[in-house]
Write a protein that binds this ligand. Structure first.
Ligand code: DGY
Length: 320
């Protein structure tokens, strides 16, 4: 008999087909997230699950799912998992690192360019039929080339963002838990600085840290107050790393020149105030969402699940 698994959200048909070769699959093709209770009910009797970032896997849920052996996130972020609880319940947890770095870095640049050069604001104006002709002072933006780029969080994605900055002739400053080897810093033209210096020097500041209790509100009122007036602020990592109420206040005060945001505290709800700023580009958590990358993420998660339930070490095990 094949082990039973749950796929909590819609995935690609070929991935479902692959899973079907190995497992008896229950798939949520409706694609609306399950409530905590519905998720526990669906997971009862299942050996594994392909999960998304909105599926909270914690001790309370695991107590109700004694057959569960593996939860495999279709995401690099895994703050929806209580890893200690997974380990305590003998449940393997995996994520999808690596396959989304380039797409996420590309999208970060889309936000940087759109926010600094007022792309979406200008498009709204044009679509509204307001354009009456070329004007010298129309939609004056902030130059990206030669600006100082500050990167908060220099993991795989931060480094990909830095690599792309070379083409824009930008000095790059970064702050991270640990410093990169010198050769890597040279290759990226990136200089390690304190958080204070990063905040004070960056013309464009982009956040790339995962969410954890340690990074909760890493950027809040005090940090916004130390940023360069007119800074272009970009956030495409995880809601909760930035204090959105403080961000709104900093936008209102005019300290932030423009912002590009892909993630929000409490998403999909967002602070309604954010919608009022013309100088803010807002996207719905799609930084990794290219056709190829989302497929690669789903495939990697599926391979993790197959390996885990075969009793092999999954390639991206988080709790060995
Ligand atoms: C991730 O992989 O963590 C992304 O945020 C989901 O797209």
């Amino acid at each position: 008999m094949k082990p039973k698994i749950l796929v909590t959200r819609e995935v690609f048909d070929d991935v479902l087909g692959f899973l079907g070769e190995h497992f008896e699959v229950e798939a949520n093709q409706g694609d609306a997230p399950f409530s905590a209770d519905a998720l526990a009910q669906r997971l009862a009797g299942k050996a594994g699950a392909l999960t998304s970032i909105v599926d909270r896997i914690d001790g309370a849920l695991l107590d109700r799912c004694p057959d569960l052996k593996a939860v495999c996130n279709i995401a690099v972020g895994y703050n929806n998992f209580d890893l200690a609880a997974c380990t305590a319940h003998g449940v393997m947890a995996t994520n999808t690192p690596g396959v989304l770095d380039d797409s996420t870095a590309d999208f970060t640049w889309a936000l940087i360019l759109a926010a600094a050069r007022r792309v979406t604001e200008a498009e709204r104006y044009l679509r509204a039929g307001q354009w009456t002709g070329w004007k010298l002072k129309q939609f004056l933006g902030t130059d990206v080339h030669h600006a100082t780029l500050g990167i908060l969080g220099m993991g795989r994605i931060g480094q990909k963002v830095a690599r792309r900055a070379l083409g824009f002739d930008m000095p790059v400053l970064y702050h991270n838990r640990s410093r990169l080897p010198e050769a890597q810093e040279r290759a990226l033209n990136a200089r390690y600085v304190s958080l204070d210096e990063l905040l004070a020097q960056a013309d464009i500041l982009t956040v790339h840290t995962p969410y954890s209790p340690q990074t909760h509100h890493l950027v809040g009122a005090a940090e916004f107050a130390r940023m360069k007036p007119g800074v272009v602020f970009i956030h495409a990592s995880r809601g909760g790393v930035v204090d959105d109420a403080a961000l709104v206040a900093a936008l209102r005060s005019g300290r932030i020149g423009a912002a590009g945001l892909d993630v929000y505290e409490g998403e999909p709800r967002l602070d309604a105030e954010l919608l009022k700023f013309d100088n803010v580009v807002l996207t719905p958590h799609i930084a990794s969402s290219s056709e190829a990358t989302r497929r690669n993420m789903a495939w990697l998660a599926a391979r993790n699940l197959v390996a885990a339930l075969r009793g092999e070490a999954p390639p991206n095990l988080l709790n060995p």
